[in-house]
Write a protein that binds this ligand. Structure first.
Ligand code: IMP
Ligand code: MG
Length: 189
C-alpha cells in the first residue's frame, strides 16, 4: 500500500491536532443545543469516529450510506442512497459529516434529502478535506479540516476503488496506480 503513495499530505498527528481544534469550534457553535450527527459512509467513518470523541456536547449519531459512481478518479455526478430510510431529523440541529468536498454533488444531495424528508432546525456540513475547485453544486462547508489542491487523495477513510481507507495518514495516490484503470468504472464513497 505504501508503495502506491506519491507523497503524504497530512500525517496522523497533524490530523488529530486539527481535529482537536475542529471539535472545539463545533462544541462552541452548538453550545446549549443538542446535536444530531449524520455521518456519510463509508468515507467519513474514521474521521467521524475520531472527531466525535472530541466534541463535548450531547449528540445523537446516524449514518447514511451513499454511493457516487466513479470512472477512475472522476465523479460522474450520479448520487444514490443505499438505504430507503432517512434519519429522523425533525426539529434537530444536524451536522452532516463527510470525508471530502469535491464537486459538492454528494453533500448537496444529502442535505437536500434531509430537508425534503423532515424539517430540521438547522443543517450544517463538516468535512475533513475541501478541494480548491469550482463546485458543480452550490454547497459550502461550515467546518473544514484542511483545504487541498485538485489531487486525488487516499487514506484516513478515503479510498481508491475501496482500497487504502486504513492508511493512518492522507496522501496523494501515485498517478500510475489509477492510470491503468481509468476506463473501468468503480463504485464507492
Ligand atoms: P463530490 O460529490 O464530487 O463532492 O465527491 C464526494 C465523494 O467523492 C467523496 O465523499 C469521496 O468519496 C469521493 N472523492 C472525491 N474526491 C476524492 C479523492 O480525492 N479521494 C478519494 N475520494 C474522493
Ligand atoms: Mg470514495
Amino acid at each position: 500500500m505504501l508503495n502506491d503513495v506519491e507523497r503524504i499530505l497530512f500525517h496522523e498527528q497533524t490530523i488529530l491536532s486539527r481535529l482537536d481544534e475542529l471539535a472545539r469550534e463545533i462544541t462552541e457553535a452548538y453550545r446549549g443545543k443538542e446535536l444530531t450527527v449524520v455521518a456519510v459512509l463509508n468515507g467519513s467513518l474514521i474521521f467521524a469516529a475520531d472527531l466525535l470523541r472530541r466534541i463535548q456536547l450531547p449528540l445523537k449519531l446516524d449514518c447514511l450510506s451513499v454511493a457516487s459512481y466513479h470512472g477512475g478518479t472522476e465523479s460522474s455526478g450520479v448520487v444514490t442512497f443505499k438505504q430507503l430510510n432517512t434519519p429522523d431529523v425533525d426539529g434537530r440541529h444536524v451536522l452532516v459529516i463527510d470525508d471530502i468536498l469535491d464537486s459538492g454533488r454528494t453533500l448537496h444531495a444529502v442535505c437536500q434529502r434531509l430537508r425534503k424528508e423532515a424539517r430540521p432546525a438547522s443543517v450544517r456540513v463538516c468535512v475533513l478535506l475541501r478541494k480548491r475547485i469550482a463546485r458543480a453544486e452550490e454547497l459550502e462547508a461550515d467546518f473544514v479540516g484542511f483545504d487541498i489542491g485538485n489531487e486525488f487523495v487516499i487514506g484516513y477513510g478515503l479510498d481508491y476503488q475501496e482500497h487504502y481507507r486504513n492508511l493512518p495518514f492522507v496522501g496523494v495516490l501515485k498517478h500510475e496506480v489509477f492510470a491503468g484503470s481509468l476506463a473501468s468504472a468503480g463504485e464507492g464513497q
